[in-house]
Design a protein around this ligand. Structure first.
Ligand code: GTP
Ligand code: MG
Length: 359
């Protein structure tokens, strides 16, 4: 499945630098660079603990795909590059919205002053304007069917108009209370303002963590019910180029216990409504990803489609029970191993074994 997070924000706010810190890809960062894309492992301490228990030959973490989308000049669109970049934003499932909080006169920026709240509002308005155009296009497209009395088209048009009216009042689609039917009506529009968002304050150093820009940004995020994360983009990108063993010392020097990229990826993962479950064994310990609410056969299907088709039952051990009791045998002895059927919703931290009919 395409679990894609997209870095968005004004030009020169630090997206590519943060992308490099996440992926250690070492992409040179300059204005106008093309889109960067990488599949990254989601750090998870539970996986490491499981590896200590099983000593598997192979350890496979969960992954996310991150894309770095160049920023574009705010203002009236219509130029090909901006609409192409907006098209990329439509394709992602969640936004990692970066705001420049570092002062550096040597790095040209859209504005003379640093004001991340202004920048975020600018980008959000841009995205909502694009959404509004998309909705209007859909409405125009359906006009003929509406005139012909097509009931579906009439309902869908009304739904699109309702969402569009609220967007034009500055309410992003994700903040509108929409029914399942309304959501279905706008699904094919891939509205950017419907996507969950994580705000990233790109600061120069941790000494700036308490500066007024950061406080204002925190307030904006809180008002939206979104999360905000502080990163020292440039320094962390530099550290990501070091040998893993050398990194902690340099992170400590910056006043960081661990790279904020770990927190960033974990927050993105949660924001996407994802759940991690594990399979364990001497051969392989592996983290798998499904969506919150996925039933056991669907989750099993992530491992192998045969497991979904021939699903019989799922044996589940909670990660916490495994850690507390020390082994699968001890968990079973304590009666804490569960047998779940097709209707079971897989929970974050489940260690599973799937029983299935082999075609
Ligand atoms: N001083 C300082 N400079 C930074 C920091 N983060 C990024 N920069 C610099 O700012 C410039 C722009 O950073 P990029 O990561 O390329 O910006 P971007 O958001 O990808 O820009 P576009 O791709 O044009 O949209 C680069 O020269 C970076 O080295 C930071 O935390 N501190
Ligand atoms: Mg860039």
């Amino acid at each position: 499945m395409g679990l894609i997070c997209g870095l968005v924000g004004l030009p020169a706010c630090g997206k590519t630098v943060i992308f490099n810190a996440i992926t250690a890809a070492g992409v040179s960062s300059y204005n106008g660079s093309e889109m960067n894309q990488a599949v990254v492992s989601v750090p998870d301490k539970r996986l490491d603990r499981l590896a200590e228990m099983y000593h598997p030959r192979k350890l496979v973490p969960a992954t996310l795909e991150v894309v770095d989308i160049p920023g574009f000049k705010p203002g009236p669109q219509g130029n090909g590059r901006a609409s192409r970049l907006l098209g990329h934003i439509k394709n992602v499932e969640a936004l990692l919205h970066v705001a420049r909080c570092f002062e550096d006169a040597s790095i040209p920026f859209e504005y003379e002053t640093i004001d991340p709240v202004r920048d975020i509002e600018t980008v959000n308005l841009e995205l909502m304007a694009a959404d509004s155009t998309t909705l209007q296009n859909k409405i125009d497209h359906m006009a003929k069917r509406v005139r012909g009395g097509d009931k579906d088209a009439i309902r869908e048009t009304a739904d699109c108009q309702k969402v569009n009216a609220a967007i034009q009042q500055g309410i992003p689609a994700r903040k509108q209370t929409l029914t399942a039917t309304e959501l279905a009506s706008i699904r094919d529009c891939h509205l950017t303002s419907l996507k969950p968002v994580l705000y990233i304050a790109n600061i120069k150093s941790m000494d700036d963590a308490a500066n007024c820009h950061v406080a204002a940004l925190k307030q904006l995020a809180a008002a939206e019910g979104a999360q905000m994360i502080l990163v020292c983009g440039r320094d962390e990108a530099d550290i990501s180029q070091l040998e893993p063993g050398e990194r902690p010392e340099f992170l400590r020097e910056l006043g960081l216990a661990e790279s904020s990229m770990e927190r960033l990826l974990q927050a993105a993962y949660r924001m996407l409504g994802l759940v991690t479950f594990f399979t364990t064994g001497e051969d392989e310990v592996r983290a798998w990803t499904c969506r919150k609410g996925d039933k056991a056969p669907v989750a099993a299907g992530k491992i192998h489609t045969d497991m979904e088709k021939g699903f019989i039952r799922m044996e589940v051990i909670r990660y916490e029970d495994l850690m507390e009791l020390g082994s699968e045998a001890a968990v079973a002895k304590a009666g804490k191993q569960r047998v779940e059927s097709r209707e079971y919703e897989v929970q974050d931290g489940d260690t599973v074994m799937v029983l299935f009919n082999k075609g």
